[in-house]
Design a protein around this ligand. Structure first.
Ligand code: AMP
Length: 194
């Protein structure tokens, strides 16, 4: 589950929540915790989340992490594992600046690192690819600042729970994928003994 995708779906559907969230997203700011937690809770209640969930983009503040802990206790579940992808800021900026997204299906590409088969057109549905508003340079820089101020402290929250693996996030998509899978397998093995 990617909370950014949940929000972009709301924006596309023109809901009241989507309209309110877009103001924050376009500025590179975080959507308020109360709105985010409500959206997240509704998605977590869907049947496809019963066997387990991979979270992308959530929790992004310590308040969200604390509330998530409470929700998981209530459900008799736990956070098994957290993967911290280490990437230098210069690499992040290059990745964001070259990212292209399909406005129809949401699939992402990169002009150099993961280009579509046909220039600027989605491989899946043939829609013209666009740059996300918040990937434009000034907004992308703001998102990195917001991350350092509000999201990095979440890492400490999970380090205290002993569930974090540090993974080198540089290199190709395939290289990073292999490292993430190895970290999750090692983490799950350790988790089984907790
Ligand atoms: P992402 O697709 O994960 O880069 O998220 C895009 C934007 O959606 C972020 O810059 C925030 O404005 C908003 N967003 C996504 N997830 C969260 C979250 N957990 N808390 C607050 N805002 C979020």
């Amino acid at each position: 589950m990617a909370t950014g995708d949940l929000l972009r779906n709301e924006v596309r559907a023109g809901t009241e929540l989507g309209r309110r969230a877009k103001v924050y997203m376009d500025r590179g700011e975080l959507v308020p915790d109360a709105v985010m937690l409500e959206l997240f809770r509704r998605r977590l209640e869907q049947p496809d989340c019963e066997r387990g969930v991979l979270l992308d983009g959530f929790p992004r503040t310590v308040a969200q992490a604390r509330e998530l802990d409470r929700m998981l206790v209530g459900l008799g579940r736990r956070m098994d594992h957290v993967v911290f992808l280490r990437v230098p800021e210069s690499v992040l900026v290059r990745r964001l600046a070259g990212r292209l997204t399909c406005p129809s299906c949401g699939r992402t590409y990169h002009v150099e690192l993961a280009p579509p088969k046909v220039n600027a057109v989605c491989d899946v549905d043939g829609t013209a690819l666009v740059q996300r508003e918040d990937d434009r340079p000034e907004t992308a820089r703001r998102r990195i600042t917001v991350y350092l101020e509000q999201t990095l402290p979440v890492l400490e929250h999970y380090r205290e729970q002993g569930v974090v693996s540090d993974v080198d996030g540089t290199g190709s998509i395939e290289e990073v994928q292999v490292r993430i899978l190895a970290a999750i397998e090692a983490g799950c093995a350790a988790g089984d003994q907790r």
